[in-house]
Design a protein. Structure first.
Length: 296
């Protein structure tokens, strides 16, 4: 890992989850996301120490553990480190049982919990201009992957996008996106084209993207969503349960599957079903205790 300048005081650390770093004149810095756990956070911290930086602030783009799991490390090792996020992401971070409850539909089965203690969030960010340490940063809405994911734009017009958009490599490897809302995701992807920024850092990619590159990646993400809509609608020429749909989608796309991935993928299928049902494209019937969906 190393600290790479994007522009001006805006940097990032290339890691399994990319970490944004904004450096102030006094060498305090903002971290945009913190990695998956204490081990990842320690490696990030080693890069900061090498560069004489002190993490004073954390901005979490969203609540998922691979973006917020290092918070405990930095809060414990740097007393006074302040955490910022959006209102609904704060709710999930401070009540860690909500995400596995959402995936399971009740008290979660053993194995879905991925963290043992709640995160503390100090401040809720407003949309628009926010001041941190007397510098102005823009916060934008990027809902879809989660309920209220945010983007963070530095004064140098470097935009940190979290998981609002996926790299070509991620789409090629894990093509079924985990999305909470398909409609919000589509709206967010279209909005990314209009962001007034020169450089873009996404959660999982080896490359910093310029404006023209982000526009082409938006199209790839939209095409990927449409591909799954088309596949699901073709499968729903015959009635299918949600589990039937997942099974067929996994086979058609050779998707990896373990216990956690099963529930994430099933939740993603649910998002597509909700979208198509709300658009009045599909309907349902209940027969012999099973809920079937079919194309109208």
């Amino acid at each position: 890992m190393e600290l790479t300048k994007v522009k001006g005081n805006s940097y990032y650390i290339n890691a399994p989850t990319n970490i944004g770093v904004y450096v102030f004149k006094n060498k305090n810095c903002i971290l945009i996301d913190t990695g998956i756990n204490n081990s990842a956070a320690k490696k990030i911290d080693e890069v900061l120490i090498e560069n004489g930086l002190h993490p004073k602030y954390i901005v979490n783009t969203h609540n998922h553990i691979d973006h917020s799991g290092g918070n405990h490390y930095f809060q414990n090792n740097y007393p006074g480190c302040l955490v910022y996020t959006s209102a609904k992401e704060k709710l999930f971070m401070e009540n860690i049982e909500l995400q596995p409850q959402m995936l399971w539909g009740s008290i979660p089965i053993k194995g879905l919990y991925r963290v043992n203690s709640n995160f503390t969030v100090d401040f809720i960010l407003d949309y628009g201009i926010n001041k941190i340490n007397d510098e102005k940063f823009e916060v934008i809405s990027l809902g879809g992957h989660t309920e209220e994911q945010i983007g963070f734009i530095t004064p140098e017009k470097v935009c940190f996008l979290g998981d609002s958009i996926f790299s070509k490599e991620i789409i090629d490897k894990y093509s079924l996106p985990y999305l909470y809302s398909i409609e919000k995701s589509i709206d967010t992807l279209n909005a990314i084209n209009e962001i007034d920024a020169d450089f873009f850092v996404i959660g999982h990619s080896d490359n910093i993207l310029e404006k023209s590159e982000i526009n082409s990646l938006v199209l790839k993400n939209l095409d990927n969503i449409q591909n799954y809509i088309d596949q699901i609608l073709e499968l729903l020429d015959q009635p299918q349960t949600k589990e039937d749909l997942l099974q067929n989608i996994v086979i058609l796309n050779d998707l990896p599957m373990n216990f956690t991935q099963y529930h994430l993928n099933l939740s993603a299928i649910s998002a597509f079903i909700s979208y198509l049902y709300d658009k009045d494209i599909i309907d349902y019937s209940i027969e012999d205790g099973k809920l079937y969906f079919f194309k109208k």
